[in-house]
Design a protein around this ligand. Structure first.
Ligand code: BDR
Ligand code: CA
Length: 309
């Protein structure tokens, strides 16, 4: 799989799950502007891989803004660095000397097997890949993205951050005809980093465990301030978990469109759960989450990375 991300506290944990679970092979990590500017999200991806002791996975920087309009980062949630909380001052690998879209193309073309794209930020890079290199589509097994919701939003009343940040990109991906799984706020708000979860991370007794605890502590303070939620939802790792073990989420096939022109609802995902529109289903929409199985996967991966055999 290729992980496209904008770390981001929950992206950071998603990267650990992706490289820490033995059932996955991460061919590359690509970064996009979203939670913070591209230089910061890229540095943060490199930091997390360095912390995890992973080398040899190329990291390439992609789009520094959405397809249309200007970038609005989520500094209120992720801080000035994009990964505020722990001290992440450590030597990191070099970023690849190639644009993320080109790295994706190469990795897909060179892979012996079809590749899963896991998208954890605005869908800008993925949309550009599909537009610029449509020949890769048959070699993409599926796209699993964190974004949208069957319910309400977190950035506007009906818009979720990743989709609101680049609605046109999401529209391109949703219309691509590829198999798509959507992990929206309706399920990610069930995976809460409670005090008990944070204590479990700390209790791993490794640097990585401590960093996860510190990341989640900062994330919790931001969610409390912004939303009045004492326990922050850990969105992005659920998309990775769904690739590792499909039974972690329950999905239903439904038509999903993105509102591009609404006066108040630009970037909202319009999920036709009850098949009112007559449109053909284009997305497997996550509607249920096995919360314990999810945390078990994540905790096991972080434990394994912290004490490699
Ligand atoms: C999504 O927005 C970002 O802030 C998170 O990293 C996640 O991908 C949740 O709406
Ligand atoms: Ca993200």
């Amino acid at each position: 799989m290729i992980v496209d991300c904008d770390p981001g506290h929950d992206d950071a944990l998603a990267l650990l799950l992706a490289v820490g679970d033995p059932r996955l092979r991460v061919l590359g990590v690509t970064t996009v502007a979203g939670n913070q500017t591209l230089d910061k999200t890229t540095r943060n991806a490199l930091r997390m891989l360095a912390l995890a002791g992973v080398d040899g996975v190329p990291v390439a920087a992609g789009c520094d803004r959405p397809l249309v309009g200007e970038l609005t980062v989520a500094e209120n949630i992720h801080g000035a660095s994009g990964l505020d909380g722990p001290d992440l001052d450590l030597p990191v690998a070099e970023v690849a000397d190639v644009h993320a879209v080109e790295l994706m193309r190469r990795l897909i073309v060179e892979s012996a097997e079809p590749v899963t794209l896991v998208a954890l930020g605005p869908l800008t890079n993925v949309a550009l890949l599909l537009r610029r290199h449509p020949e890769v589509a048959p070699r993409v097994r599926r796209v699993v993205f964190m974004g949208g919701s069957t319910e309400r939003g977190n950035t506007t009343p009906y818009g979720e951050f990743n989709i609101v940040t680049d609605p046109e990109a999401a529209d391109i991906v949703l219309r691509s005809g590829l198999p798509i799984t959507m992990i929206g706020l309706n399920v990610t708000h069930q995976a809460l980093a409670t005090e008990q979860i944070i204590a479990e991370f700390r209790g791993l007794g490794t640097r990585l465990g401590t960093v996860c605890a510190e990341l989640m502590t900062f994330f919790a303070s931001a969610y409390l301030r912004e939303f009045g939620l004492p326990h922050p939802p850990v969105h992005d790792p659920i998309a990775v978990a769904a690739v590792i073990d499909a039974s972690v989420v329950r999905t239903v096939a439904a038509p999903v469109a993105v509102e591009l022109t609404g006066t108040y609802t630009r970037g909202a995902t319009v999920v036709d759960l009850h098949h009112r529109t007559g449109a053909a289903p284009n997305v497997d929409v996550a509607v249920g989450l096995d919360v314990d199985a999810f945390w078990d996967l994540l905790m096991t991966a972080v434990r394994r990375l912290g004490a490699p055999a």
